[in-house]
Ligand binder design. Structure first.
Ligand SMILES: Cc1ncc(COP(=O)(O)O)c(C=O)c1O
Length: 471
């Protein structure tokens, strides 16, 4: 699209502060000449910038830069945070969320499905066809237990720069990352054990904890820097914590990426207190930093980390290719995998193996993360422009979610109203073992910000404002 180069030129300068808030932008004529495009293309570019919340037009001849996001609306840790051991009682709302996601009429800001059209689906389809052609039996048989050996060998090499050395015989191919986490919980825990989690925490992990009849305890978590070590230290003195489930890179829903120093600190506390770590590293490939961040597993000298991840967030969740790398009890992990489903899907394993063999798979994640970073900024701009100082927002450094706080809002109550209007988001309490975060919500920013998305997001903001006015 011809207008895109102008959009990129302006947004980059506003984000970097070379164009200041309130500053008048170059005229349409000047932009058209500079980029050698027609005047109507320049008009289209400025229209997009307006839609994305980067500029405002006082009249059609003078566009000015808007403040992209002010520091005082960046989220801080919740002051009302509480930590207690909890049995997760009700998870029915999770089923409802997934049901809602099937309705194509509803705005896709709720469940965390990525934008399917942004995945490298043409490449995947080509590999699928070639695999069926050249390995015609690949879809038919079982690949019992660990999974396809060639895939495990390639994986162990591929993940080495950020997850360290793993022998291929120690890798179990799973149906996605969530199965890997479930196998880990089944192996490591007995009913009633206490699992420490980040707060807020992805509801799928809460679901897994519930499923295994475990108890959860929330660790105070900073929206920018991740788990607060002192909180973990303090709670591990008070309670016998068996497991810490943690996503250090591009955490869902906060989007933080923990520093290597913080990861090492958490490892030290866990080692000291005999806590095993289940690392969910699903978003590592779509962190915004240039170099793929390292994991707990990379720094794990004491064999206390079980590493779980998948291709779901940057190749496609439909492949259902994940992996679990236990640091101990390998046979027990394998037994649990076999008891669940004997084998992960065979054709996907061959396709994943061929992709890893022939493609620079990491670069596919890089282009997606650039897109997610830009999109998350656009959604932030629009939320801020419509909600002003009533809203506080996370500043993610990975993934495609915004964690939003609107003081005084009952997010579960508004969720029901939004549903009737074909609007969606995920209420904050769904991310807590004890129903905290009443006035918080998560917005999925993965989907392209078209006129329709703009309209839906503005409608949602107006609903929030109307609810606040009533309370
Ligand atoms: C933190 C986290 N873990 C696991 C999953 C599920 O991953 P998969 O589709 O690979 O099973 C999700 C999905 O959104 C997630 O956000």
């Amino acid at each position: 699209m011809l207008y895109q180069q102008i959009v990129d030129f302006i947004t980059e300068r506003i984000d970097k502060g070379t164009i200041l808030p309130g500053e008048k932008l170059p005229s349409l004529r000047k932009m058209a000449d500079q980029f050698d495009v027609s005047l109507s293309t320049a008009v289209e570019a400025y229209r997009k910038l307006e839609l994305f919340g980067y500029v405002e037009a006082k009249d059609r001849s003078a566009y000015r830069a808007r403040l992209p996001i002010s520091n005082n609306i960046i989220l801080k840790p919740s002051k009302k945070f509480q930590s207690k051991v909890a049995q997760i009682e009700n998870i029915d709302h999770i089923l409802e969320l997934f049901n809602q996601s099937q309705d194509t009429e509803t705005a896709p800001f709720g469940v965390g499905t990525p934008a399917l059209e942004k995945f490298p689906f043409k490449l995947l389809n080509r590999y699928l066809i070639q695999t069926l052609k050249y390995q015609p039996l690949s879809a038919v048989g079982y690949l019992f237990g660990n999974g396809l050996e060639e895939l495990r060998v390639l994986l162990s090499k591929w993940i080495r720069p950020w997850a360290g050395v793993s022998h291929p015989s120690n890798i179990i191919i799973t149906n996605g990352c969530l199965e890997a986490v479930n196998i880990s919980l089944a192996t490591e825990c007995e009913a009633g054990d206490i699992v420490a989690i980040e707060s807020p925490c992805y509801f799928g992990l809460l679901h897994a904890i519930h499923h295994h009849q475990l108890k959860a305890i929330e660790i105070k978590t900073d929206p920018q820097s991740g788990i607060i070590p002192e909180s973990l230290e303090e709670l591990s003195k008070k309670h016998k914590i068996k497991i810490l489930i943690t996503s250090a890179n591009g955490q869902n829903p906060l989007g933080f990426t923990m520093s290597d120093e913080r990861k090492k600190e958490i490892l030290k506390i866990c080692k000291k207190n005999n806590i095993h770590i289940i690392e969910d590293d699903l978003y590592g490939e779509i962190c915004y930093q240039k170099k793929r961040p390292k994991t707990y597993k990379y720094f794990d000298k004491d064999n206390i980390v079980t590493y779980c991840s998948s291709f779901s967030k940057f190749l496609g969740p439909g492949l259902r290719i994940g992996w679990c790398i236990p640091s101990h009890k390998a046979q027990d992990y394998l037994r649990h995998k076999l008891s669940l489903n004997l084998s992960s899907t065979s054709i996907s394993q061959y396709v994943a193996s061929n992709l890893l063999k022939n493609e620079d798979v990491l670069s596919l994640g890089e282009s997606l993360s650039d897109y997610y970073q830009k999109n998350t900024q656009i959604y932030s701009n629009v939320l801020e422009n419509y909600l002003g100082d009533k809203v506080s927002l996370s500043r993610p450094s990975g993934s495609y979610f915004l964690w939003v706080r609107i003081e005084g809002l009952d997010s579960v109550k508004v969720f029901e109203k939004a549903k009737k209007m074909k609007l969606s988001f995920t209420p904050g309490p769904f991310f807590s073992a004890t129903g905290q975060f009443e006035s918080y919500l998560r917005i999925n920013c993965a989907h392209e910000f078209t006129e329709k998305r703009h309209e839906q997001l503005v409608k949602l903001c107006k609903l929030f404002l109307a609810e606040l006015a009533k309370s």
